[in-house]
Ligand binder design. Sequence first.
Ligand SMILES: NC(=O)c1ccc[n+]([C@@H]2O[C@H](COP(=O)([O-])OP(=O)(O)OC[C@H]3O[C@@H](n4cnc5c(N)ncnc54)[C@H](OP(=O)(O)O)[C@@H]3O)[C@@H](O)[C@H]2O)c1
Length: 352
Amino acid sequence: MDKIRVAVLGATGMVGQYFLHLLHDHPFFQVAAVCASDARIGQLLGQVRPLHPAGIAPELAEMRFTSMDADAIAALEVQAAFSGLPAEIARTIEPALAGCGIHIFSNASAFRMDPAVPILIPEINHHHLALLPRQQHKGRIVTNANCTSTGLALSLAPLRELSIRRLIVASYQAVSGAGYPGVPALDISGNLIPWIEGEEGKVRQECNKIFGCIGAGGLEPAGWEVHAHCVRVPTLVGHLVSTHIELNREVTAAEVEECYSSFQTPVEVAGLPSAPVRPVLLTHEAGRPQPARDIEAGEPGRTSGMAVVVGRLEVSGSVIRQVNLANNLVRGAAGGSVLNAELALRAGLFSH
Ligand SMILES: NC(=O)c1ccc[n+]([C@@H]2O[C@H](COP(=O)([O-])OP(=O)(O)OC[C@H]3O[C@@H](n4cnc5c(N)ncnc54)[C@H](OP(=O)(O)O)[C@@H]3O)[C@@H](O)[C@H]2O)c1
């Protein structure tokens, strides 16, 4: 199979550079265009400040930034675009590209709550791809969740049959979640900031959409009551979320442990290059999960950072408490979008 030619939008940024790392040797996709703000057009990708620890792959470094003009990108025979654009830019660029038949896999929040756009986390809601024919443009827009919602949602996926009623969460979010250059060093060094613009509302809305059901009238949200406090902390990568889950019935610790140990990747998703064999890992080790030790979770090799680690599990009556950790740049951003594109390819999106 010839590889599908793709563009990376926002290729100078935090998420964009993680895309470049994950895509440069991908079995299905080939980076054919890189874009950022207009001032970059014509510059070499190898000249940008590296934000991924592995740097820019030598085979990509000689690429030059191109315009984000939709016709110009389509002329490069690009069939998909991975977007790491700010939401306000994505709001006009993404539909313009989709109008030219380019499928968009986006990290931006611009279209997450559009009723025709799925917030896809394949292990939870691969069937939400069924929303795509409701979109007006030929190219489809698929989003992934906010980086905090992603880890939280995956950590809840094994419990979804237990009839969740209410969530109370507190997040501890790494500075890389704010992009580059992000939060000023003098604000965050030795400090915590208990406010991240827009984040708490995103967690509330997105979790309900992710676990929603598709009916004749479209997607019906899960209807969970969600309360969140989101805090920026001076770690580099990895969002930790302390989670209090209230159910409509009592459960035992054994029942909850069984939910975690039996949770499996659905067959529709299993075997995709970016799908870890076990997407949710439960640990009983004291003091885990923690960013310094758990952000690379995920097997096999290229799925490193794609698994969510859950620890500190406590069960009492109808309340479950746990702490979960996700790599915000991999599972919560670029890796999540790449997995979504792999699933869309398997589901036949690129054949139409
Ligand atoms: N960081 C995370 O953990 C994370 C996780 C999930 C989702 N997200 C979302 O992903 C998106 C990217 O986040 P990020 O952390 O990678 O941000 P970032 O580091 O600030 O990168 C933003 C990118 O957008 C480009 N850009 C900015 N203004 C532009 C314009 N007017 N026209 C074209 N390109 C423009 C920048 O290019 P220049 O360098 O040329 O300005 C840069 O490549 C955001 O929507 C964010 O909310 C981020």
